[in-house]
Design a protein around this ligand. Sequence first.
Ligand code: NAD
Length: 404
Amino acid sequence: MSPTAKAAPREEPVSRSHPPTVRAGLVGGGLMAKTHSLAYASLPLVYGDQHLPQVVRRRLADVEQPLAEAAAERYGWDEAATDWREITRAPDIDLVDIATPNDTHAEIAVDAARHGKHVFCEKPLAHQVEDARTMHRAVSEAGVTNQVDFAYRKWPAIQHARQLVARGEIGRVRQLRARYLHDYAADRAVPIGWRFTRSRAGAGSLGDLGSHLIDLARFLVGDVHRVMARTFTFVHERPLHRDAAAGATARLGRVDVDDAAHVWLDFGGGASGTLETNWMATGHKTDLSFEVTGDQGALRFSWLAPNELRFYSELDATDVQGFRSIIIGPQHPGAEAFWPVPGQGLGWGDAFLISVRDLLAAIAAGVPAQPDFLDGLRAVEVVDAALTSAATGGWVKIGGPAPQ
Ligand SMILES: NC(=O)c1ccc[n+]([C@@H]2O[C@H](COP(=O)([O-])OP(=O)(O)OC[C@H]3O[C@@H](n4cnc5c(N)ncnc54)[C@H](O)[C@@H]3O)[C@@H](O)[C@H]2O)c1
């Protein structure tokens, strides 16, 4: 069927346990639509022997009709739509995948959960804490599978780092140092999109890049108890539209989010951490890196060498002590199904493939997915506390007991 044709919704029951197929609807036809579509399309090729449900790419919705139609056609979706309710309320959809700007996630996710759909949502879960709480409550009450797309924590080298920490290979964790630097906003002619507007994004580099680091900090070390932060806005006005010809005469809008942030983390129990984000860091391209230091060793990771984890152990003889390089291969978590030869390497798109593999496995088994909406809520709480700290000074405590 042509992506432009709108068929009457089929009256098929929503499948629940061990479904042979999962009928997906994707909301948002932008950058993430490509990564998610590629992941669904690749599932049977990479994970064909894992008895996962087959994903049917039923419908893609975007408010921009030409974009919806082009994305549906290009990324292999049966139909295009402009209203996300044609996905959240459709009887022929089991899984709602949300890849829209941050301020739209809550309304879509809550509606999907209330209509009994499983929900996969892009990060950050929401642009404000209250929305993230509502989303967590909605999926919990509906009992649907829910997952946030913190794809970096699915990355084999990072999964392996977590295993080594859990096995006590670096002893008691004392410190985490993490940074995510980029230069995609370095040019002051980059127009004001939703990412530069607090009411749409929630935060700037701290939400866009930092929420990944916060999730990694929680994954590798544990829950964050309190934070202290400083944020920086380097460019206060940007063009409203991309128009190279307009030059100095371009109409400008106000940027009200951070371009960069420094955040201090207190995990309690003596462990601490620092995060640095900057989307105007000239020369840095997807420079996500971290080091975890324990009393018996340390781990280092950099996305610039993503198929490598570096490990230092105090137990090594002193004359050979030093960071050793572990090259990722099929013996590492998440990488098993790809290539039989260590060192052949995985790439960014594969992170999303591992993410949706885990999501589908959780749906099929009827078990909770990871990271779930509670993890998403916790990350939003840390961003919010960091913004409060930056505005008021001093330490700010995070959240409270897990919401019911
Ligand atoms: N997991 C990751 O590594 C990662 C990477 C990039 C972006 N993201 C997240 O993915 C989400 C989308 O980011 P993006 O870069 O794809 O954005 P984008 O701006 O490229 O695309 C968003 C699309 O959503 C559409 N849209 C907006 N409101 C809508 C609505 N109400 N209904 C339907 N469509 C709507 C827009 O027209 C646009 O085409 C954001 O939350 C972002 O933070 C995650």
